[in-house]
Design a protein around this ligand. Sequence first.
Ligand SMILES: Cc1cc2nc3c(=O)[nH]c(=O)nc-3n(C[C@H](O)[C@H](O)[C@H](O)COP(=O)(O)OP(=O)(O)OC[C@H]3O[C@@H](n4cnc5c(N)ncnc54)[C@H](O)[C@@H]3O)c2cc1C
Length: 375
Amino acid sequence: MAAEWDEREETPWPIIEEAARIGLYSFDFLVNGFSDPTGLTLPVAYEELSWGDAGIALAIMGSSLAVAGLAANGTPEQLVEWAPQCFGSPGDLKLGAFCVSEADAGSDVSSLKTRAVYEEATDEWVIDGTKTWITNGGIANTNVVVASVAPELGARGQASFVVPEGTPGLGAGRKFQKMGIRASHTGEVVLDGCRVPGRCLLGGKEKLDERLARAREGKRTSSQAAMATFESTRPAVGAQAIGIARAAYEYSLDYAKERRAFGRAIIDNQGIAFKIADMRTRIDASRLLVWRASWMGATRKSFTAGEGSMSKLFAGETAVWVTEQAIQIMGGYGYVREHPVERWHRDSKIYTIFEGTSEIQRLVIARAVSGIHIP
Ligand SMILES: Cc1cc2nc3c(=O)[nH]c(=O)nc-3n(C[C@H](O)[C@H](O)[C@H](O)COP(=O)(O)OP(=O)(O)OC[C@H]3O[C@@H](n4cnc5c(N)ncnc54)[C@H](O)[C@@H]3O)c2cc1C
């Protein structure tokens, strides 16, 4: 169904429904994954899903981004209340969205313009701003929105809020037409005087006030702890990239054995055979980096060399490179839509962009290994 939903460029509801029916699209599945002491359940599952189709895989996994936002910032009670609502149940599916990026704040998350102002009299937060490039943005039932509550503190003056569907002032902006992963919906989320009750502030007001006071005194805050959380979620993104790369590698290997030119199979040319060798080597290296970082996250080892970023960086760039080699191996057949490799190449590119671009991953790694805060 991958080609069909790529063409349709729509959320594949029947497939998400099937995923919910077998327990794959559920909060329980994530809980099981996170409680695996090896850390390997989620990367294995994500690789397999993306091997099938990365766009459909993201349509199934996109709601977990909101859950990651809930888990990183919410109390256990808030997680238990809201996370299941990001999935719903078979026959009554729901979606979650994690809304951070804005038109002028992608990599530079410290410059978010979305503002949240507390109104003591009503115990409500009033949120204004527009979020862009959001997976499930505009169609989600539960939005986790990051907004600035103390702009003078930059990233340390931010907080996360749950904004449920039906909240007055919450609206959908445009839906984006994309190069790849087209079965995954990407859109804008508009917050116009959006009012949410005080209990929608993740972590609670007392903790926020304490955190802001610490930031004003220049002390370490939990927003730095949040960076550590990202380090442990990045391998899951790398695993998705590996799935695409592996699909392209397997397909082009079979093709290279069958396709004949100049009287022999094209794999009998070292120019092709060595490509295959390099593709497989980089895929296996990516997987080992992803598994190492996943295991480090599960066993709470510290990421002293940016190992989470390393895995996402290498796997993302490997997927782009491998899928391009696959097209080259298939020649004209690789370039046309009768074969899936051109789609895999289109799908792969996002893995060097979202969840932190390759440049940002390099920055994290360089800072970690040098101990220098490289600007
Ligand atoms: C399909 C899709 C889905 C997405 N889903 C979500 C989502 O669910 N939630 C969400 O919040 N966001 C989401 N995003 C947004 C995504 O995370 C951002 O696009 C990404 O972080 C990059 O931000 P930007 O596009 O503003 O690029 P910019 O930050 O403007 O970067 C442009 C270029 O400059 C480079 N650059 C920037 N700063 C530096 C630096 N200091 N050093 C070196 N190079 C630098 C970047 O690496 C990049 O190459 C999604 C994006 C897409 C396309």
